[in-house]
Design a protein around this ligand. Sequence first.
Ligand code: MN
Length: 327
Amino acid sequence: MSDTETEPHATSHGAPTDGARPSVAPRVEVLAPRDVPLGGPRAMTVRRTLPQRSRTLIGAWCFADHYGPDDVARTGGMDVAPHPHTGLQTVSWLFSGEIEHRDSLGSHAFVRPGELNLMTGGHGIAHSEVSTPDTTVLHGVQLWVALPEAHRGTARDFQHHVPEPVALGGAEIRVFLGSLAGAVSPVRTFTPLLGAEILMPPRSSLTLDVDPGFEHGLLVDRGDVRLAGTLLRPAELGYARPGAETLSLANESDGTARTVLLGGPPFEEEIVMWWNFIGRAHDDIARARADWAAGAARFGEVLGYDGDRLPAPELPHVPLKPRGRGR
Ligand code: MN
């Protein structure tokens, strides 16, 4: 996915004051989504919960777009022309539909529900993403992971993994990165990470053992889900600070709840995020932009996409400033 929003506007609010709560700081911060049009020839809009003004990262997770369920007959589905990435990994995770992925490694893959596609754009990669003609409903998430300084310029890479679902109580959990509920993803990452889809039956609850060194984000796709005492509505992202050894989830709706749990140790480096690039300083971004505009070998070439590649937007007139993770 390509970020069309070069100056993110942030919204967030504290935990809702539902019911009588003790007068302590809420353990979970509610990050509300904002609608962002994806651009390109189609009319698809995504709900973005990361980054925002109050929070840039959760662990190394630095970008969270949530979309659908979209009737592609109405929205036209996804058609993102070849575009570059640096300094980050992209995670594509679908609930329904199918996306055709092509990248400058020569990968030609189909992103399908329940299957992880992890693309590493360290020094530079380019890719295109197009929903397939058979797709009627497109529904899923697109996530980015910031690479730590030591691996920021790593070689481009693409990995595919299909996690076995594990049962915990009545819940069904697919761990695509890291470990949870006894399941361990074999996919390697550059910082410790957790990424899992969790399905919960109506009116059920679940207690997960988690790493107390991790901070967590719970993105609600469907259902009303209470995370550690705070109610989250669909499309909200609940942020839980490090320190807890367990996370409690309760599905307070009459249907199956679907959430995506993200986690990792706080990412302490400051980053500059602009368009599809992550660097540490303005000049990293300006160089990447110039390299893309010049068609540099750094990004390689995407073969098989029917159309032109995306041009980079103009850089803002003021220098891009590094941002920390948030407080
Ligand atoms: Mn992309």
